[in-house]
Design a protein around this ligand. Structure first.
Ligand SMILES: Cc1ncc(COP(=O)(O)O)c(C=O)c1O
Length: 401
């Protein structure tokens, strides 16, 4: 039998997997264009500048309309979005079980209480049924994370239900930028949306950055702008906004910069293609895994995904080793993956005392414990599918009962 690399055998994938380069030639060219522009004007690149405008306008077009503000991080985008909604102090905020600690901290740092919601079975995403189970009399907001590139299947129903109860919905689209439900993009369902566009995301605008988005200009857009920059009335270009006397209220500075926005603009122009190529790869891989593998089976996949990482389940009843050991064996074959995902609120000891109650998201925990996350990007092609499936089959064969 073919000895796995983790036990000293030869690895399946001898050359590294293709890299992505979110900061590619087009991004570099756009940064140089921006630098030239400011040099010609005899100015330093400022914030709220031309490239921020271009980036936000093109993002609005990508979303099919709406209003965008580019900011310094995804966490900042969620923070600003929540501030713009102006929740009553000490509200309960429902939160998805699989999300970033930044999203969780935006709730606690604004003096609200996070209420954990469980996911659907074998999924990281919440459902209407799970939301209904966790609504409290103080719930004013539902933070819905579209995790793992998968659009939340019930998002429309969750938004309708929330509306009927006077509850707001914030979509966190950081892990699913460009994902769709019946051709409607995530981020356009709820009252407000936040996107991390840090360097690993499908849309990457430099090392750290984020976007706040809404379709409701009248209610939220000016608030978004003011909360993003010290309460300034950024929509008024007649005033000297360096003077804080014109500010509306106290607020932090979450400004991004022209370098990030130039990179983001060029990266946005290839986002549809990025997602298309990732879906092409994933669709084929999923079908190969279903047809060829005995122990591993894929996460529920459809073409509305904006693939980010991809969970693959391991049927632990069929193998002699743990899932983590199995995943490590695959890594040793040259397949980049995360063996045990950490972005699961129920596993954070430090978070317990902030949560509304002792509720544990059992479905999300179970899903996490059964799977590893395949890392992928738009440069993964047929050869990568072949090697991934070959590596899985090799490790399965060796360790199966
Ligand atoms: C779902 C989700 N929300 C929020 C964030 C926070 O974004 P950032 O790292 O840009 O602050 C991330 C990722 O990092 C994320 O994956």
């Amino acid at each position: 039998m073919n000895k796995p690399a983790i036990l000293g055998g030869t690895k399946v994938r001898k050359i590294p997997m293709p890299v992505r380069f979110a900061f590619g030639n087009k991004e570099q060219a756009e940064v140089l264009k921006m630098i030239k522009y400011y040099k010609a004007k005899n100015e330093d690149p400022k914030y709220s500048g031309l490239w921020e405008k271009k980036f936000c306008n093109e993002f609005n077009n990508f979303m099919g309309g709406g209003f965008t503000n580019a900011v310094a991080s995804g966490t900042g985008a969620i923070y600003i979005a929540m501030k713009a909604l102006e929740l009553q102090p000490n509200s309960d905020v429902l939160i998805s079980p699989v999300t970033c600690s930044g999203a969780f901290s935006c709730i606690t740092e604004q003096g609200h209480t996070p209420v954990l919601v469980d996911s659907d079975k074998n999924s990281y995403n919440i459902t209407l049924e799970q939301v209904k189970k966790r609504i409290t009399s103080k719930t004013k907001l539902i933070q819905v994370t579209h995790a793992a590139g998968e659009p939340v299947r019930d998002i429309d129903k969750i938004v309708k239900f929330a509306k009927s109860k006077g509850i707001l919905v914030l979509e966190d689209c950081s892990q699913a930028i460009g994902a769709r439900i019946k051709n409607k993009l995530v981020g356009t369902f709820g009252d407000i949306a936040a996107f991390s566009t840090m360097y690993r995301k499908n849309l990457a605008a430099n090392s750290s950055s984020g976007l706040v988005y809404t379709t409701n200009k009248r209610k939220y857009f000016k608030k978004i702008l003011a909360y993003s920059d010290r309460g300034k009335i950024l929509w008024n270009d007649q005033l000297d906004l360096r003077d804080p006397k014109y500010s509306l209220f106290p607020a932090l500075n979450w400004n991004t910069d022209e370098f990030s926005c130039a990179i983001g603009l060029a990266n946005l122009r290839r986002l549809s293609n990025t997602n298309k190529k990732r879906n092409y790869f994933l669709k084929k891989l999923v079908s190969e895994i279903i047809n060829e593998c005995e122990v591993c089976y894929p996460y529920n996949y459809h073409e509305g995904f904006a693939p980010f990482y991809f969970p693959i389940f391991v049927d632990q009843k069929k193998i002699k080793i743990s899932k983590i050991r199995f995943a490590k064996a695959l890594q040793n074959e040259g397949i980049p993956l995360g063996e045990h995902y950490g972005c699961l609120i129920s596993t954070w000891k430090w978070a317990r005392k902030y949560l509304k109650d002792k509720f544990v998201s059992k479905n999300a925990l179970h899903a996490r414990n059964q799977c590893f996350h395949l890392y992928l990007n738009e440069n993964y092609k047929e050869k990568e599918i072949k090697d991934i499936v070959k590596a899985i089959k090799k490790v399965e064969m060796y360790f199966k009962k």
